[in-house]
Design a protein. Structure first.
Length: 120
């Protein structure tokens, strides 16, 4: 039996632990509603971190983490526009939106006028 098969066999148990931790956080939050909000939030955050760490130990969690690392690598390769390019593109979009808005307003007014003529 390979290590991958053995690891995937325990993935169901790990996911069960994740869902139990999330359930404990939800139930605990409602049971301790009379406690300070700060303590409840800290408890939920702590349980969420533990649940995330357990989830990352599964095959799907490892694949997700690899995706995140690959995404960070790809983000570094992106050539971001300069401020001037961003301002120019934004102005083009604003002008185009205003022109289309005026065109639609005119068409709506014209069609409203035609309908008012038709129905008297």
């Amino acid at each position: 039996m390979s290590a991958e098969t053995s690891a995937s066999r325990f993935d169901g148990l790990k996911w069960l632990v994740v869902f139990v931790l999330i359930g404990v956080a939800v139930v605990g939050n409602s049971m301790y509603a009379d406690q300070s909000l700060l303590y409840r939030v800290l408890g939920i955050v702590a349980l969420g971190i533990v649940a995330a760490l357990v989830a990352l130990q599964t095959a799907k969690g490892a694949a997700f983490w690899a995706l995140v690392k690959g995404s960070r690598t790809e983000i570094r390769k992106v050539v971001w526009p300069t401020r001037q390019e961003t301002v120019q593109t934004t102005m083009i979009v604003v002008v185009f939106v205003l022109l289309v808005a005026l065109l639609l307003w005119g068409l709506d007014s014209f069609l409203g006028w035609l309908v008012s003529l038709a129905i008297g």
